[in-house]
Design a binder for this molecule. Structure first.
Ligand SMILES: Nc1ncnc2c1ncn2[C@@H]1O[C@H](COP(=O)(O)OP(=O)(O)OP(=O)(O)O)[C@@H](O)[C@H]1O
Length: 323
C-alpha cells in the first residue's frame, strides 16, 4: 500500500548551556493511510519531540537539523511557516496530553470549531457549525447543541479532551499525532476514547501516531510499534512482533516492567539503572549500561538489522522464540 508519511534520518537538537541535546537522533519510520503506529518509550526518550518535529512545532533553542519528513510526497522539513500552518489542523492534526494546548479558554467551543473549519475551507458559518456539531457527536458528546455554547472551563477533563479530539477531526485529516492524550484521564474514559479513535480510523482511513509510555495502550490499539530509547528507535515492527516477541533488550525490559506484569506480593520489576542524559551521547548503544546482553562491541554504533518487517538496532539481540 502507498506511504502517507515517510520519516527518514530525522534529527532534532537543542542547544543548551551544557552542550547539544540530541532529542531525536536519526529516526526513521513510515506510516500508511489508516495505519495506527504506537511510538513508545520512557519519559525523555524523544517521543514528543519526534511528533513536534513532524508538525514543524519545534521552537528555539530546538531545531530540526537533519533528515526528511515526506507527507504525501511533500517535504515538510524546511517548509515555510504559512504552508505548514495550512497543513496543520487540515491534513495533519495533533492532540496533546493537555487539551488546553488546543483549546482557547476565552472562546466558546462553537467559535473555536467554526474558525478551525473556515481557516481551511470556504464554507458558510452555518455549514461549519453543522460540521462542528457532527464532530462532537462522533466523539460521543451528548447534547452537542448545548455543548457548542459552552466555554472550555465548563467541561470536565475527559470532556475537554474529547472536544480537542473533535477539533482535530473537523477537517478529516489524513494523519493525527496523539501525544499521550489519555494519560491524565481515568481508566474508563481512557478506554472509551481509545475505542472511539480506533473506530474512527478504521472508518475514515485516518492514520494515527499514538505516543505513549503505556504498553497496554498500544497493545490494544496499534498495528505497528516503534520503541524509542535516548532519541533513537531501537526496535520496530508489527505490534505482535514487538510486544509478543521482543528482540531488543530494552523492549523486553519495558514489557517485563509494565505495571500489569507485576505480581502482588513480589517486588515491582524495573529496568535497572537510569535513562542516560542526551547530552554528549556517544555513538554506541545508549542502553548498554543497563543491558544484560551488552558486550564490548556495543560501544560502537549498532547496525540496523531488518528481518521480516521488523527493524532492530542491536549487536546481541534476544534469540527469537522457537515457534
Ligand atoms: N526546551 C528544551 N531544552 C533542552 N532540551 C529539551 C527541551 N525540550 C526537550 N528537550 C530534550 O528532549 C528530550 C526528549 O523530550 P521528549 O519530550 O520528546 O520526551 P518524551 O519521550 O516525549 O517524554 P515524556 O513522555 O516525558 O513527554 C528530553 O529528554 C530533553 O533532554
Amino acid at each position: 500500500m502507498s506511504t502517507l508519511l515517510q520519516v527518514k534520518g530525522l534529527r532534532t537538537e537543542f542547544a543548551t548551556r551544557g552542550g547539544t541535546v540530541k532529542a531525536v537522533d536519526d529516526v526513521s519510520f513510515e506510516v500508511r493511510p489508516g495505519q495506527i503506529m504506537g511510538l513508545v518509550g520512557e519519559s525523555g526518550s524523544g517521543k514528543s519531540m519526534t511528533g513536534y518535529s513532524i508538525m514543524g512545532l519545534i521552537d528555539p533553542p530546538g531545531k530540526v537539523v537533519g533528515g526528511s519528513v515526506l507527507f504525501k510526497g511533500r517535504e515538510l522539513v524546511g517548509l515555510a511557516p504559512e504552508p505548514l500552518r495550512q497543513l496543520r489542523g487540515n491534513r495533519i492534526a495533533m492532540i496533546f496530553q493537555d487539551p488546553m494546548m488546543t483549546l482557547n479558554p476565552v472562546l466558546r467551543i462553537d467559535t473555536q470549531m467554526i474558525e478551525t473549519v473556515r481557516a481551511h475551507r470556504p464554507v458558510s458559518k452555518g455549514d461549519a457549525r453543522d460540521m462542528a456539531r457532527a464532530a462532537l457527536v462522533r466523539v460521543g458528546i451528548a447534547a452537542p447543541d448545548e455543548r457548542l455554547l459552552a466555554y472550555p472551563h465548563q467541561f470536565s477533563g475527559g470532556m475537554r479532551q474529547r472536544v480537542a479530539i473533535a477539533i482535530a477531526l473537523l477537517n478529516a485529516p489524513d494523519l493525527i499525532i496523539c501525544d499521550e492524550p489519555t494519560t491524565a484521564l481515568d481508566v474508563t474514559i481512557q478506554g472509551q476514547i481509545l475505542y472511539e479513535m480506533q473506530k474512527l480510523c478504521r472508518e475514515s482511513g485516518t492514520a494515527l501516531i499514538w505516543i505513549t509510555h503505556d504498553l497496554s495502550v498500544v497493545a490494544g490499539l496499534a498495528d505497528t510499534v516503534s520503541v524509542m530509547y535516548a532519541g533513537r528507535i531501537v526496535e520496530s515492527g508489527t505490534t505482535e512482533q514487538v510486544l509478543g516477541q521482543p528482540r531488543h533488550h530494552y523492549t523486553h525490559g519495558l514489557i517485563a516492567s509494565a505495571p500489569s506484569r507485576n505480581v502482588r506480593g513480589e517486588p515491582l520489576r524495573q529496568i535497572a539503572g537510569m535513562t542516560p542524559s542526551l547530552l554528549n551521547l556517544g555513538p554506541g548503544c545508549a542502553f548498554r549500561a543497563r543491558c544484560g546482553g551488552a558486550t564490548d562491541i556495543c560501544a560502537v554504533a549498532p547496525p540496523l538489522l531488518a528481518e521480516g518487517g521488523r527493524t532492530l538496532r542491536c549487536f546481541n539481540p534476544l534469540a527469537p522464540e522457537a515457534p
